[in-house]
Design a protein around this ligand. Sequence first.
Ligand code: XIL
Length: 302
Amino acid sequence: ADTLGSAAAAQGRYFGTAVAAGHLGEADYAATLDREFNSATPENEMKWDATEPSRGTFTFSAADRVVDHARAQGMDVRGHTLVWHSQLPSWVGALGAADLRGAMNDHINQVMGRYKGQIHSWDVVNEAFQDGDSGARRSSPFQDKLGDGYIEEAFRTARAADPAAKLCYNDYNTDGVNAKSTAVYAMVKDFKARGVPIDCVGFQGHFNSNSPVPADLRANLQRFADLGVDVQITELDIEGSGTAQADAYARVVDACLAVDRCTGITVWGVTDKYSWRSGGTPLLFDGNYDAKPAYDAVLAAL
Ligand code: XIL
């Protein structure tokens, strides 16, 4: 196979990218996206601040552009994300507990309802755990006002809203075996034991010199898979260049392919020039849409 998407498909996986609606009009952007990738994640367009900037007023135009483009190309779409402390409009944080619960469930119902039947997997809850050794939940309006049960409630609401969509929990710094990933693991294990609907766990995969690709990435993916969920690398980018970057990308691909239930990899952007890591070069195509050594390494590893 000679593209990322077709090579991944030959392994029974997908290879996706974050997509920004604002760049779809750029010919080289769209051509690279359409040629190489068979899954798309709206980078910002489905987040709460984009879809429900004021209570009960929903705006889907930017998300629609990404979904329509992806589906016209036959790509799967990952929905990202429904319940997250960040890119959350201030009105949500100002609600009391009862109102907040209603607003959370309404948001899930409205956004998932809009795309019902069109989304392969949803990141239902994003980044709910703290960094560091505590294994504790992160402070957020949801955590602080609704308590631990908000995650379970969000997943139950999501299952009813679009029964065909896979429901994922997604986080960062959970790629290796550590206190944070172990806390997520305990939550997923508990959900499976109690029948709370969860189908997949996303590992963002934002790597740099402070946070390199962990040696136990495969083992960590495997322990989650052994709980009975699919696993996915959902936002991969790796700071660096040249051979070191290429080798790191290949290690991530190897880890995923070694785990039967690792169903796909998404990189967090098409080209370095639009990476959220401003000034960085963490992706597979450079600013001229030329394939980097990292691209060749991924293709070879698939
Ligand atoms: C980032 C986007 O790439 C940026 O454009 C935006 O300004 C901030 O969010 N974890 C996530 C993603 O789950 O949604 C984030 O995306 C990157 C970190």
